[in-house]
Design a protein around this ligand. Sequence first.
Ligand SMILES: Cc1cc2nc3c(=O)[nH]c(=O)nc-3n(C[C@H](O)[C@H](O)[C@H](O)COP(=O)(O)OP(=O)(O)OC[C@H]3O[C@@H](n4cnc5c(N)ncnc54)[C@H](O)[C@@H]3O)c2cc1C
Length: 361
Amino acid sequence: MPVRATKRGSERTPLNADADVLICGASFAGLALARELRGAGKRVLMIDRYEIGERQTSACGIPTGWLEALELMGAHQQTFPQLVAHTPYKTVRFDLPWTFSTFDYRTLCGLLATQGDFTFETAKVEERANGEVLTDRGSIRAPIVIDALGWRRVLSNGEPIQPPDAYLSRGLEVHPEGSGDELEIWIDRAVIPAGYGWSFPADNEVRVGVGSFIPRDHVKEPTVKLAQDLQRDTVRYQGNWIPHRIREATEDGIFFVGDSAGHCLPLTAEGIRTALYFGLAAGREIRQVLDGRQSKAAALARYGSFSAQHKWKFEWMLRVQNLVPRVPPRLLGPTLGVTGTRAFTKWSFNHYLNIAPPEFV
Ligand SMILES: Cc1cc2nc3c(=O)[nH]c(=O)nc-3n(C[C@H](O)[C@H](O)[C@H](O)COP(=O)(O)OP(=O)(O)OC[C@H]3O[C@@H](n4cnc5c(N)ncnc54)[C@H](O)[C@@H]3O)c2cc1C
């Protein structure tokens, strides 16, 4: 059982605070944003319901270039030059033009946190009212507030998005001890009708999971079955909803970053590098406000427009996400076989990486 690090009971003292910047959410998006505020000489407060890195939120697979660019190779676990895609009738090996790596969540969050300069408190964000952010420990006031809290978009005053009706995928994985050399995915209706299964080795464990594009389709049984088929133990579950539609990145004076803005890529459900990417983008705009070089309104407008410029790419990927489950199983292998040619793989994977390239760091 994981040790619960978050302070409980009498140690959970009241928290009523004022800050210049309040970052809600201490995962990829929030930590990347904080990095850009380092040295600004302002009061930056970050809050999360868990300690930094305490609760893993993904399979932790990312293009290696992002770990290198952010100097996070200290969290690196394994690197894969190929992606192995299993379909019902054929297995296709993609020689990637760049490599993919797995990393340790707790270590990465810790390293990224040291690149920032902020005060951290554990608190559960409940809502926003009268210009304050209300938490289970008290209320916090700040002129600049960021929601990096994930798919729930807690600080929005808009209609709540409630699964399974919302535009969300869902994913669940197990983390058995073990090892492997290949980054594998399964696009097979026998695994999940619309979605895919995966096996990501990470040093001494293998992250085996299933994601469904259809939120009503359960993923527990498919995950257990895939793990059993791979002769892996079904232990240490980790799962969540995954947004697959990009949303407004600003609303009512609040910056939304990462999953809270739907910044997770449809089809692949890759949301770590995009959370880092949009976190950096928002952080740079906010930094200019702190340095007195632009107004908060200008920062909101510029960040909102930056995010919106990416919308067509997310929507294009959503179209492919909707298409893939409709391809007859017999055609999946041959179709992937065509895309698996070296030239096409290079072209398509480079375009894919360029949606949120590591050079942005
Ligand atoms: C099973 C699974 C596997 C995945 N694997 C990958 C992968 O390998 N690669 C990839 O790129 N993407 C993957 N994803 C998607 C990826 O996890 C997300 O897109 C990414 O974590 C988004 O980052 P974020 O910082 O926006 O939000 P999150 O990582 O979800 O972080 C949100 C933070 O907010 C905190 N929080 C939430 N609500 C509150 C509250 N009310 N009060 C206080 N704190 C709160 C949480 O504790 C958390 O620290 C996977 C998703 C799932 C479900």
